[in-house]
Design a protein around this ligand. Structure first.
Ligand code: CO8
Length: 257
């Protein structure tokens, strides 16, 4: 697969996607969103890939937002359609990936950029990261899930303040808010993310997928997360990975997943 706007690199057991439009601070244009969809889709089906890092190219930005030049003259219908399609093929798609997707926020994560990071399963940030949803300063609101995911991560009051003031917060505040899990020096960001992935890779990929589905159902009104948990829990029994995991424990050895 050939991409013009992203880089896709596979390493031992995991992959890294780097959004690669540094001159535009990695802003998400239509093509980039389509390429990201293709890349995530192929990695979701790739049994050799057990986790994915998502980051931005250059030392300034993760993603500085949706590409404003593309929607500045849109009608109300076109705007709604852009948001709907983007949510479906990228933001919700990432959230429902069967393996952990980790955002390594290496600079500005604004608007659609922060929304993309929030659709990932969790986030790390470098000390130079700046995060915010500045859409109201453009006369529009977050359209890629930001009004929904930010309150879930940081609480309603903080989300309302961030959105209404269109302000940015730094990495330490983001960590205090629960928006990112860890803060590192810029040059250590990818290594720190890989370290977490190496711990993920010791565990059962089948069980991790099941856990992602169950955790995601906390936030879905059409699902009962407790029921999902019971079903997914039951489904683990009898699988090869469950047999390997429990047998390894009883034999006092490391499981080989
Ligand atoms: N879209 C398009 N181009 C951008 C964007 C963007 N979001 N952000 C930066 N760029 C471009 C600049 O235009 C500039 O291009 P050029 O060199 O050709 O003029 C280049 O990137 C470098 O940017 P700056 O010169 O502005 O760099 P600075 O270091 O001076 O400033 C900032 C960095 C503060 C990040 C500044 O670029 C900025 O404010 N960017 C816009 C941030 C923003 O408002 N993001 C939210 C966008 S709206 C959004 O994401 C909506 C999501 C929901 C959409 C739902 C569907 C409609």
């Amino acid at each position: 697969m050939k991409f013009d706007n992203i880089l896709l690199e596979k390493r031992a057991g995991f992959a890294q996607i780097t959004i690669n439009r540094p001159k535009k601070l990695n802003a998400l244009n239509k093509e980039t969103i389509l390429e990201l969809h293709e890349a995530f889709k192929s990695l979701n089906d790739d049994q050799e890939v057990r986790a994915i890092i998502l980051t931005g190219s250059g030392d300034k930005a993760f993603v500085a937002g949706a590409d404003i030049s593309e929607f500045a003259d849109f009608s109300s219908e076109q705007g709604g359609e852009l948001a709907r399609k983007g949510q479906e093929i990228l933001f919700n798609f990432v959230e429902n990936m069967s393996k952990p997707v980790i955002a390594a926020i290496n600079g500005y994560a604004l608007g659609g950029g922060l929304e993309l990071a929030m659709a990932c399963h969790f986030r790390l940030a470098s000390t130079n990261a700046k995060m915010g949803l500045p859409e109201v300063s453009l006369g529009v609101i977050p359209g890629y899930g930001g009004t929904q995911r930010l309150p879930l991560l940081v609480g309603k009051g903080r989300a309302m303040e961030l959105i209404a003031t269109a302000s940015m917060i730094g990495a330490d505040d983001a960590k205090a808010y629960g928006l990112v899990n860890h803060v590192t020096a810029p040059e250590e960001l990818i290594a720190a993310t890989e370290k977490i992935i190496s711990r993920i890779m010791r565990n059962s990929p089948m069980a991790i997928s099941a856990a992602i589905r169950a955790v995601n159902d906390v936030y879905r009104e059409d699902k009962n997360g407790f029921e999902t948990e019971i079903t997914e829990f039951g489904n683990c029994f009898g699988t090869e990975e469950f047999i390997e995991g429990t047998t390894a424990f009883l034999e006092k050895r490391k499981a080989n997943f």
